[in-house]
Write a protein that binds this ligand. Structure first.
Ligand code: SF4
Ligand code: SF4
Length: 387
Protein backbone atom coordinates (compact mmCIF):
# COMPACT_ATOMS: atom_id res chain seq x y z
CA UNK A 1 0.00 0.00 0.00
CA UNK A 2 1.37 3.45 -0.90
CA UNK A 3 1.88 5.78 2.09
CA UNK A 4 -0.90 8.39 2.58
CA UNK A 5 -2.87 7.17 -0.44
CA UNK A 6 -6.24 9.00 -0.43
CA UNK A 7 -7.80 8.18 -3.79
CA UNK A 8 -7.93 4.43 -3.92
CA UNK A 9 -10.10 1.85 -5.68
CA UNK A 10 -12.88 2.33 -3.10
CA UNK A 11 -13.08 6.03 -4.05
CA UNK A 12 -13.43 5.13 -7.74
CA UNK A 13 -15.92 2.37 -7.01
CA UNK A 14 -18.22 4.80 -5.20
CA UNK A 15 -18.03 7.31 -8.07
CA UNK A 16 -18.65 4.59 -10.62
CA UNK A 17 -21.69 3.34 -8.72
CA UNK A 18 -23.15 6.87 -8.67
CA UNK A 19 -22.45 7.34 -12.37
CA UNK A 20 -23.98 3.99 -13.19
CA UNK A 21 -27.19 4.88 -11.34
CA UNK A 22 -27.40 8.18 -13.20
CA UNK A 23 -26.87 6.41 -16.53
CA UNK A 24 -29.60 3.87 -15.76
CA UNK A 25 -31.98 6.73 -14.86
CA UNK A 26 -31.16 8.58 -18.08
CA UNK A 27 -31.60 5.48 -20.18
CA UNK A 28 -34.90 4.65 -18.48
CA UNK A 29 -36.17 8.18 -19.16
CA UNK A 30 -35.57 7.72 -22.89
CA UNK A 31 -32.17 9.41 -23.32
CA UNK A 32 -30.12 7.63 -25.96
CA UNK A 33 -26.87 6.07 -24.76
CA UNK A 34 -24.09 6.04 -27.36
CA UNK A 35 -21.08 3.73 -26.97
CA UNK A 36 -17.71 5.12 -28.06
CA UNK A 37 -14.20 3.62 -28.23
CA UNK A 38 -11.71 6.35 -28.93
CA UNK A 39 -10.51 9.84 -27.99
CA UNK A 40 -11.19 11.00 -31.55
CA UNK A 41 -14.95 10.45 -31.22
CA UNK A 42 -16.63 13.84 -30.77
CA UNK A 43 -18.42 13.45 -27.44
CA UNK A 44 -19.58 17.07 -27.79
CA UNK A 45 -21.68 16.18 -30.86
CA UNK A 46 -23.33 13.28 -29.04
CA UNK A 47 -24.11 15.46 -26.01
CA UNK A 48 -25.41 18.27 -28.24
CA UNK A 49 -27.93 15.78 -29.65
CA UNK A 50 -29.18 15.20 -26.10
CA UNK A 51 -27.58 11.74 -25.92
CA UNK A 52 -24.98 10.38 -23.48
CA UNK A 53 -21.56 9.17 -24.71
CA UNK A 54 -20.06 6.26 -22.74
CA UNK A 55 -16.49 5.06 -23.30
CA UNK A 56 -16.44 1.28 -23.76
CA UNK A 57 -12.71 0.54 -24.01
CA UNK A 58 -12.10 -2.22 -21.57
CA UNK A 59 -9.38 -3.25 -19.15
CA UNK A 60 -10.22 -6.73 -17.88
CA UNK A 61 -9.24 -10.14 -19.19
CA UNK A 62 -12.42 -11.87 -17.97
CA UNK A 63 -14.04 -11.53 -21.37
CA UNK A 64 -11.14 -12.93 -23.44
CA UNK A 65 -12.58 -16.42 -23.73
CA UNK A 66 -15.79 -15.09 -25.26
CA UNK A 67 -13.78 -12.81 -27.58
CA UNK A 68 -11.48 -15.59 -28.75
CA UNK A 69 -14.43 -17.56 -30.09
CA UNK A 70 -14.46 -15.01 -32.95
CA UNK A 71 -11.16 -13.14 -32.77
CA UNK A 72 -7.54 -14.32 -32.94
CA UNK A 73 -6.02 -15.01 -29.52
CA UNK A 74 -2.92 -12.97 -30.39
CA UNK A 75 -4.85 -9.71 -30.79
CA UNK A 76 -4.45 -6.56 -28.66
CA UNK A 77 -6.00 -7.23 -25.22
CA UNK A 78 -7.92 -3.95 -25.32
CA UNK A 79 -9.77 -5.01 -28.47
CA UNK A 80 -10.43 -8.52 -27.14
CA UNK A 81 -11.69 -7.16 -23.86
CA UNK A 82 -14.14 -4.71 -25.48
CA UNK A 83 -15.44 -7.27 -27.95
CA UNK A 84 -15.63 -10.09 -25.40
CA UNK A 85 -17.84 -8.02 -23.09
CA UNK A 86 -20.09 -7.15 -26.01
CA UNK A 87 -20.49 -10.67 -27.33
CA UNK A 88 -20.99 -12.14 -23.83
CA UNK A 89 -23.27 -9.23 -22.84
CA UNK A 90 -21.27 -8.86 -19.63
CA UNK A 91 -20.79 -5.06 -19.64
CA UNK A 92 -23.83 -3.23 -18.24
CA UNK A 93 -22.84 -0.06 -20.12
CA UNK A 94 -22.62 -1.88 -23.44
CA UNK A 95 -25.96 -3.47 -22.66
CA UNK A 96 -27.53 -0.03 -22.18
CA UNK A 97 -26.19 1.50 -25.39
CA UNK A 98 -28.68 2.22 -28.14
CA UNK A 99 -26.01 2.40 -30.83
CA UNK A 100 -22.24 2.77 -31.26
CA UNK A 101 -20.14 5.51 -32.80
CA UNK A 102 -16.66 4.20 -33.55
CA UNK A 103 -13.59 5.41 -35.42
CA UNK A 104 -11.52 3.66 -38.08
CA UNK A 105 -8.20 3.69 -36.22
CA UNK A 106 -5.87 0.66 -36.06
CA UNK A 107 -6.45 -2.47 -38.17
CA UNK A 108 -7.49 -4.69 -35.26
CA UNK A 109 -10.13 -2.27 -34.05
CA UNK A 110 -11.52 -1.55 -37.52
CA UNK A 111 -12.01 -5.22 -38.28
CA UNK A 112 -13.43 -5.92 -34.80
CA UNK A 113 -16.00 -3.16 -35.39
CA UNK A 114 -17.33 -5.08 -38.42
CA UNK A 115 -18.23 -7.93 -36.06
CA UNK A 116 -19.51 -5.60 -33.36
CA UNK A 117 -21.95 -4.17 -35.89
CA UNK A 118 -23.71 -7.56 -35.84
CA UNK A 119 -24.48 -7.08 -32.15
CA UNK A 120 -25.36 -3.35 -32.05
CA UNK A 121 -25.88 -0.80 -34.80
CA UNK A 122 -22.48 0.80 -35.35
CA UNK A 123 -21.58 3.85 -37.39
CA UNK A 124 -17.91 3.98 -38.34
CA UNK A 125 -16.33 7.41 -38.62
CA UNK A 126 -13.69 7.22 -41.35
CA UNK A 127 -10.83 8.86 -39.47
CA UNK A 128 -8.13 10.23 -41.79
CA UNK A 129 -4.65 8.77 -41.34
CA UNK A 130 -2.88 12.09 -41.49
CA UNK A 131 -3.44 14.73 -38.88
CA UNK A 132 -3.86 18.43 -39.37
CA UNK A 133 -3.30 18.90 -43.10
CA UNK A 134 -5.99 21.14 -44.67
CA UNK A 135 -7.25 18.14 -46.70
CA UNK A 136 -7.53 15.81 -43.70
CA UNK A 137 -9.33 18.47 -41.65
CA UNK A 138 -11.83 19.05 -44.52
CA UNK A 139 -12.35 15.30 -44.84
CA UNK A 140 -12.83 14.83 -41.06
CA UNK A 141 -15.21 17.79 -40.91
CA UNK A 142 -17.33 16.10 -43.56
CA UNK A 143 -17.33 12.84 -41.53
CA UNK A 144 -18.42 14.77 -38.44
CA UNK A 145 -21.26 16.44 -40.38
CA UNK A 146 -22.48 12.99 -41.44
CA UNK A 147 -22.28 11.84 -37.82
CA UNK A 148 -24.24 14.92 -36.71
CA UNK A 149 -27.06 14.09 -39.17
CA UNK A 150 -27.09 10.48 -37.99
CA UNK A 151 -27.25 11.55 -34.34
CA UNK A 152 -30.12 13.92 -35.09
CA UNK A 153 -31.98 11.15 -36.88
CA UNK A 154 -31.40 8.54 -34.13
CA UNK A 155 -32.16 10.85 -31.20
CA UNK A 156 -34.88 12.95 -32.84
CA UNK A 157 -33.11 16.06 -31.50
CA UNK A 158 -31.64 18.80 -33.69
CA UNK A 159 -28.01 19.76 -33.03
CA UNK A 160 -28.10 23.55 -32.93
CA UNK A 161 -24.98 25.69 -33.20
CA UNK A 162 -25.55 27.18 -29.75
CA UNK A 163 -26.06 23.75 -28.17
CA UNK A 164 -22.88 22.42 -29.71
CA UNK A 165 -20.90 25.49 -28.63
CA UNK A 166 -22.21 24.99 -25.10
CA UNK A 167 -20.99 21.36 -25.10
CA UNK A 168 -17.60 22.36 -26.51
CA UNK A 169 -17.19 24.84 -23.65
CA UNK A 170 -18.23 22.22 -21.10
CA UNK A 171 -15.89 19.50 -22.40
CA UNK A 172 -13.06 22.04 -22.63
CA UNK A 173 -13.61 22.76 -18.93
CA UNK A 174 -13.42 19.01 -18.25
CA UNK A 175 -10.11 18.84 -20.17
CA UNK A 176 -8.69 21.85 -18.31
CA UNK A 177 -9.74 20.39 -14.94
CA UNK A 178 -8.27 17.01 -15.88
CA UNK A 179 -4.98 18.64 -16.84
CA UNK A 180 -5.03 20.55 -13.53
CA UNK A 181 -4.82 17.20 -11.69
CA UNK A 182 -1.61 16.34 -13.54
CA UNK A 183 -0.26 19.86 -12.97
CA UNK A 184 -0.18 19.12 -9.25
CA UNK A 185 3.00 17.25 -10.18
CA UNK A 186 4.90 19.98 -11.98
CA UNK A 187 6.74 21.18 -8.85
CA UNK A 188 10.03 19.90 -7.51
CA UNK A 189 8.16 17.38 -5.33
CA UNK A 190 5.11 15.65 -6.89
CA UNK A 191 1.88 15.97 -4.88
CA UNK A 192 -0.18 13.09 -6.23
CA UNK A 193 0.48 9.46 -7.16
CA UNK A 194 -0.28 8.31 -10.70
CA UNK A 195 -2.59 5.68 -9.22
CA UNK A 196 -4.55 8.50 -7.57
CA UNK A 197 -4.65 10.55 -10.77
CA UNK A 198 -6.08 7.52 -12.49
CA UNK A 199 -8.72 7.11 -9.78
CA UNK A 200 -9.61 10.82 -9.84
CA UNK A 201 -9.95 11.21 -13.62
CA UNK A 202 -10.64 7.62 -14.70
CA UNK A 203 -14.43 7.83 -14.62
CA UNK A 204 -14.53 10.77 -17.05
CA UNK A 205 -15.46 8.54 -19.97
CA UNK A 206 -18.69 7.32 -18.38
CA UNK A 207 -20.04 10.44 -16.73
CA UNK A 208 -23.54 11.49 -17.78
CA UNK A 209 -23.29 14.78 -15.90
CA UNK A 210 -20.09 16.61 -16.86
CA UNK A 211 -20.68 19.52 -14.45
CA UNK A 212 -20.79 16.97 -11.67
CA UNK A 213 -17.59 15.29 -12.88
CA UNK A 214 -15.78 18.64 -12.99
CA UNK A 215 -16.94 19.44 -9.44
CA UNK A 216 -15.71 16.02 -8.19
CA UNK A 217 -12.30 16.52 -9.80
CA UNK A 218 -12.01 20.05 -8.36
CA UNK A 219 -12.83 18.68 -4.91
CA UNK A 220 -10.15 16.00 -5.32
CA UNK A 221 -7.57 18.63 -6.35
CA UNK A 222 -8.29 20.56 -3.16
CA UNK A 223 -7.94 17.38 -1.07
CA UNK A 224 -4.55 16.71 -2.65
CA UNK A 225 -3.42 20.28 -1.89
CA UNK A 226 -4.66 19.94 1.70
CA UNK A 227 -2.63 16.72 2.16
CA UNK A 228 0.51 18.62 1.19
CA UNK A 229 -0.27 21.16 3.94
CA UNK A 230 -1.46 18.72 6.61
CA UNK A 231 0.26 17.62 9.86
CA UNK A 232 1.69 14.65 7.97
CA UNK A 233 3.06 16.70 5.13
CA UNK A 234 6.73 16.17 6.04
CA UNK A 235 6.49 12.37 6.00
CA UNK A 236 4.43 12.44 2.81
CA UNK A 237 6.63 14.91 0.94
CA UNK A 238 9.85 13.21 2.05
CA UNK A 239 8.53 9.96 0.68
CA UNK A 240 7.52 11.58 -2.62
CA UNK A 241 10.90 13.30 -2.92
CA UNK A 242 12.71 9.96 -2.97
CA UNK A 243 10.65 8.55 -5.84
CA UNK A 244 11.96 8.81 -9.42
CA UNK A 245 9.44 10.78 -11.53
CA UNK A 246 8.12 8.69 -14.37
CA UNK A 247 6.26 9.65 -17.53
CA UNK A 248 4.04 6.77 -18.66
CA UNK A 249 3.41 6.79 -22.41
CA UNK A 250 2.22 4.39 -25.10
CA UNK A 251 -1.02 2.44 -25.47
CA UNK A 252 -4.10 3.47 -23.46
CA UNK A 253 -3.49 2.27 -19.88
CA UNK A 254 -6.86 0.52 -19.75
CA UNK A 255 -5.40 -2.13 -17.48
CA UNK A 256 -3.51 -0.76 -14.45
CA UNK A 257 -0.90 -3.49 -13.98
CA UNK A 258 2.13 -1.46 -15.09
CA UNK A 259 1.01 1.75 -13.37
CA UNK A 260 0.66 -0.11 -10.06
CA UNK A 261 3.99 -1.90 -10.46
CA UNK A 262 5.92 1.35 -11.05
CA UNK A 263 4.52 2.95 -7.90
CA UNK A 264 4.61 -0.14 -5.69
CA UNK A 265 8.28 -0.50 -6.60
CA UNK A 266 9.13 3.05 -5.53
CA UNK A 267 8.53 5.35 -8.52
CA UNK A 268 5.81 7.96 -8.99
CA UNK A 269 3.99 8.35 -12.30
CA UNK A 270 3.82 12.14 -12.49
CA UNK A 271 2.27 12.27 -15.97
CA UNK A 272 0.60 10.00 -18.50
CA UNK A 273 0.91 10.67 -22.21
CA UNK A 274 -2.04 8.43 -23.04
CA UNK A 275 -5.38 9.19 -24.65
CA UNK A 276 -7.21 9.30 -21.30
CA UNK A 277 -4.41 11.52 -19.98
CA UNK A 278 -2.41 14.41 -21.39
CA UNK A 279 -2.76 13.36 -25.04
CA UNK A 280 -6.36 14.58 -25.03
CA UNK A 281 -6.58 16.68 -21.85
CA UNK A 282 -4.15 19.17 -23.34
CA UNK A 283 -6.07 19.46 -26.64
CA UNK A 284 -8.71 22.17 -26.39
CA UNK A 285 -11.36 22.80 -29.04
CA UNK A 286 -11.51 26.36 -30.42
CA UNK A 287 -14.61 28.03 -28.96
CA UNK A 288 -14.57 30.98 -31.35
CA UNK A 289 -15.10 29.36 -34.77
CA UNK A 290 -17.90 27.33 -36.40
CA UNK A 291 -18.26 24.39 -33.97
CA UNK A 292 -18.09 21.36 -36.30
CA UNK A 293 -15.01 22.83 -38.00
CA UNK A 294 -13.57 23.47 -34.54
CA UNK A 295 -14.17 19.84 -33.53
CA UNK A 296 -12.52 18.59 -36.74
CA UNK A 297 -9.45 20.78 -36.26
CA UNK A 298 -9.16 20.20 -32.52
CA UNK A 299 -9.64 16.45 -32.38
CA UNK A 300 -7.09 15.83 -35.14
CA UNK A 301 -4.46 17.41 -32.89
CA UNK A 302 -4.52 14.29 -30.66
CA UNK A 303 -1.08 12.75 -31.30
CA UNK A 304 -2.15 9.11 -31.66
CA UNK A 305 0.13 6.49 -33.24
CA UNK A 306 -2.67 5.71 -35.71
CA UNK A 307 -1.67 8.90 -37.53
CA UNK A 308 1.21 9.00 -39.96
CA UNK A 309 3.43 10.87 -39.53
CA UNK A 310 2.87 11.48 -35.81
CA UNK A 311 5.61 13.96 -34.99
CA UNK A 312 3.43 15.92 -32.54
CA UNK A 313 3.69 13.02 -30.08
CA UNK A 314 7.45 13.47 -29.78
CA UNK A 315 6.93 17.21 -29.20
CA UNK A 316 4.33 16.49 -26.50
CA UNK A 317 6.62 13.98 -24.76
CA UNK A 318 9.47 16.52 -24.82
CA UNK A 319 7.24 19.21 -23.29
CA UNK A 320 6.03 16.85 -20.57
CA UNK A 321 9.59 15.78 -19.71
CA UNK A 322 10.49 19.45 -19.17
CA UNK A 323 7.33 20.60 -17.45
CA UNK A 324 7.04 17.62 -15.06
CA UNK A 325 10.83 17.33 -14.43
CA UNK A 326 10.64 13.70 -15.52
CA UNK A 327 13.50 11.36 -14.54
CA UNK A 328 12.60 8.49 -16.87
CA UNK A 329 10.03 7.42 -19.49
CA UNK A 330 8.21 4.08 -19.42
CA UNK A 331 6.39 3.11 -22.61
CA UNK A 332 3.56 0.61 -22.31
CA UNK A 333 2.87 -1.53 -25.37
CA UNK A 334 0.00 -4.00 -25.34
CA UNK A 335 0.87 -7.31 -27.00
CA UNK A 336 -0.01 -7.26 -30.70
CA UNK A 337 -0.32 -3.48 -30.87
CA UNK A 338 1.80 -2.95 -33.97
CA UNK A 339 0.74 0.67 -34.16
CA UNK A 340 2.44 1.75 -30.93
CA UNK A 341 5.10 -0.94 -31.05
CA UNK A 342 6.52 0.22 -34.38
CA UNK A 343 6.34 3.87 -33.30
CA UNK A 344 8.22 3.04 -30.08
CA UNK A 345 11.53 2.98 -32.00
CA UNK A 346 11.17 6.68 -32.78
CA UNK A 347 9.95 7.42 -29.25
CA UNK A 348 12.96 5.73 -27.64
CA UNK A 349 15.30 7.50 -30.05
CA UNK A 350 13.80 10.91 -29.20
CA UNK A 351 13.64 10.28 -25.44
CA UNK A 352 17.27 9.08 -25.28
CA UNK A 353 18.94 11.35 -27.82
CA UNK A 354 16.80 14.47 -28.10
CA UNK A 355 15.55 14.76 -24.51
CA UNK A 356 18.48 12.97 -22.85
CA UNK A 357 16.19 10.84 -20.68
CA UNK A 358 16.25 7.12 -19.84
CA UNK A 359 13.57 4.97 -21.50
CA UNK A 360 12.08 1.57 -20.69
CA UNK A 361 9.71 -0.31 -22.99
CA UNK A 362 7.25 -2.74 -21.39
CA UNK A 363 5.42 -5.08 -23.74
CA UNK A 364 2.73 -7.04 -21.95
CA UNK A 365 -0.92 -8.06 -21.80
CA UNK A 366 -3.59 -8.01 -19.08
CA UNK A 367 -2.52 -11.26 -17.39
CA UNK A 368 -0.50 -11.58 -14.18
CA UNK A 369 1.82 -14.23 -15.72
CA UNK A 370 4.74 -11.90 -16.34
CA UNK A 371 4.49 -9.83 -13.15
CA UNK A 372 7.68 -11.30 -11.62
CA UNK A 373 9.69 -10.53 -14.73
CA UNK A 374 8.23 -7.02 -15.04
CA UNK A 375 9.01 -6.33 -11.36
CA UNK A 376 12.68 -7.17 -11.97
CA UNK A 377 12.92 -4.90 -15.02
CA UNK A 378 11.05 -1.96 -13.49
CA UNK A 379 12.98 -2.25 -10.21
CA UNK A 380 16.31 -2.16 -12.09
CA UNK A 381 15.14 0.87 -14.11
CA UNK A 382 14.07 2.78 -10.98
CA UNK A 383 17.36 1.91 -9.24
CA UNK A 384 19.29 3.24 -12.23
CA UNK A 385 17.30 6.53 -12.05
CA UNK A 386 18.12 6.83 -8.36
CA UNK A 387 21.90 6.58 -8.89
S1 SF4 B 1 -4.71 5.28 -28.65
FE1 SF4 B 1 -5.45 6.40 -30.43
S2 SF4 B 1 -6.81 4.94 -31.47
FE2 SF4 B 1 -6.51 4.17 -29.39
S3 SF4 B 1 -8.25 4.98 -28.23
FE3 SF4 B 1 -6.53 6.42 -28.00
S4 SF4 B 1 -6.83 7.97 -29.58
FE4 SF4 B 1 -8.11 6.19 -30.12
S1 SF4 C 1 -3.69 -0.47 -28.14
FE1 SF4 C 1 -2.95 -0.53 -30.26
S2 SF4 C 1 -3.85 -2.37 -31.19
FE2 SF4 C 1 -4.94 -1.93 -29.28
S3 SF4 C 1 -6.70 -0.71 -29.93
FE3 SF4 C 1 -5.09 0.75 -29.38
S4 SF4 C 1 -3.94 1.19 -31.27
FE4 SF4 C 1 -5.20 -0.65 -31.61
Amino acid sequence: MLPHLMFNDAYTKQIEEDIYERTVEKSASGTKIVGIYCAFTPRELIAAAGAVPVALCSGSEESFQAAEAHLPANLCPLIKSSYGHAVADSCPYFHMTDFLLADATCDGKKKMFELLNRIKPLHLLQLPQTASTPESIDYWENELRKAASLLEERTGNPITESNLKKQIKLYNRLRITTEAVFKLNTGDIPLVYGVEIDNIIGSGGFEVDIENRIADIEKAIQTVKDRAESDQKDVFLNNMKKRPKILLTGCPSTNKKVLHLIENLGGVVVAMETCGGLKSAGTLIDETIEPIRALAEGSLKIPCACMTPNTKRVDLIGNIIDEYRVDGVVELIWDACHTYNVESFQIQEAVNNKFDSPYLKIKTDYSQNDVGQLETRIEAFLEMLNL
